[in-house]
Write a new protein. Sequence first.
Length: 244
Amino acid sequence: MTEPLRAVEAGDSGARGGAVTKRDQVAQALRDLIATGEIPRGSRIRQDEFAERFDVSITPIREAINLLHAEGLLVGEPRKGVRVAAVNPERLRSVYTVRRLMESYAMQRASRRMSPMDFRRAEELATKMERAFENGDHTLVGSLNRDFHFTFYENCGVPGLLEEIDALWQNYPWDIMNVIPDRTPDALHQHRQILEAMVDGDTERIETLTGDHLWGSYRKLIEHVTGRLPDGDPFDIEVPEPGM
């Protein structure tokens, strides 16, 4: 059974600075399937199966696989082909640290640029997310979570910054994050606090709340992946690197 490839914007990860190609569409479709957990970690990516599924030739499938391999989402194994990569705690540590830097700054900039309509959209998304969580729809919660955050990032006024944040999100293990049972209630509460600070234009509080929000997610994710809490917040310059 085939399924249509969704449209990919020119600014999306993997489609930067040029026309969107079949490779970009296939790559984004694979990212989405990994993020939702439909393609589980460790699963083998069979080119012929996805060529049939997306109704495209092998060439864009192969090109998309090479792109996701370069991004770290896929790994090649001798005589075993290509598989979805396991979560690498060290890579996750780096992505989290850069997300804190970029997203806190983007949020502060957006607070000065958003319209009342933008804030209403963020409010509506927060409400929809809460309802989706109450209904146990984790996939919808994940989708709305991205929409909520990017309502702010898209108003930061720096297209290059938006692209970098998008690329970081593409490399975050949302398939795992979205099913950690006790994280979502905290995140939903934090969303309301962040939205309030954004409406007030309180940049200092925005920075603090955004940092706390990202730290909470990272902390839970590391605990889920490794079985233990991280040894301090890696964003803190006083926290030593692992092994030191």
